[in-house]
Ligand binder design. Sequence first.
Ligand code: NDP
Length: 383
Amino acid sequence: MKKILLPARPSVNLDADEGRGYNAGGCSGFPDIALENHHRFCSVPGYRKGQSVMVHRLIILGSGPAGYTAALYAARANLRPLLIDGGVGRGQELLGAGGQLMITTDVENYPGFEHGIQGPELMHRMRQQVLRFGTEIVEDLATRVDLSERPFRVWVNEQVYQARALIIATGASARWLGLPEERPVWEGGLGGAGISACATCDGFFFRGKEVAVVGGGDTAMEEAIYLTNHCTRVHVIHRRDALRASKIMQDRAFRNPKITFVWNSVVEKVHDPAQKRVTGLTLRDVKTGETRELAVEGLFVAIGHKPNTDLFVGQLQLDPTGYIVTHHDVRTSRYAVFAAGDVQDSEYRQAVTAAGSGCMAAIQAERLLEAEGDSMPDSAPDW
Ligand code: NDP
């Protein structure tokens, strides 16, 4: 169920779009309408052309570091952004509000926190900061967008929101191996019943047990190290004989006496869906083709992420792996649509780079809207 989070009355001057012709009708006195009533009056369910729907200056999709930073800059520029935080639909495919840092433990490389900070704590602070400056947050998931003309339309189920500019910061989600056993337990698999993509969420359930982690990157090392707090042994299964993880994470994992590495191997099968719990894995050596059994009671998949761009297929230019293609740092193939963070960055994928690109997107959006004044063209030669 959607919930709209309203900021406390901010001290900044909330100069909305009243009287400038941005509203599609009926909402020209926006600041005079109690915020609580704003959506009731200005956004109507089941949008049809010609209906009265308020046009926001800027909608931001996503609530990771990119989305929150974009909201912070936009709110401080008096754009009064509406942020749709993706807060429902949490599961194997989608992250909840706060994005990937909500399932991270120590963040040691975000500047300003000498002794590190827990991922969820960092995101909580970012959220409080954007609320303080007047960002309005819709606690729900965007289900459809129409970017074919301005104002752009964004649906949250039956509810439609309109905006002159859009910042997409929908991030990325965990990748899965593609095994049938990864399906949720109610579909005959072991997803949520021993197979997980989040050690910090589920590690506790495996205390005193032996588990496996698949992957050779920083996420896999982080998950494996975290799991050693709960588990008796953690087997890291990697398809090559060298890790992709950063040197510091490799060193920590190699030094940990509870971590064992299984090189050149992939998981072929997870046992035993019939028992509704993980009892072991069939591993295949990719060099020799030989298979062997490994007795574990949990499997953590940590093989990277895929960008959350399903909503934009056919509407924006995506690269072959699904990331939004940007130019001028954060401009997409569609005028007035910006993208920031992991949804457009397959290279750096760091919280701090995501935050930086969120800032760029907000500044560019602000300049675009400022330059346009009252007009709302569908394109511009210098985009
Ligand atoms: P990566 O893409 O870096 O690593 C994915 C790993 O999974 C690789 O080792 C890859 O193998 C393996 N893999 C991919 N697909 C499969 C498959 N189908 N079967 C088996 N193995 C597979 O993703 P991460 O999520 O680890 O990291 C993403 C980014 O986030 C990186 O930039 C990383 O540095 C950063 N990060 C930083 C952290 C920190 O600083 N604390 C923590 C977590 C992430 P191969 O190596 O053969 O390609």
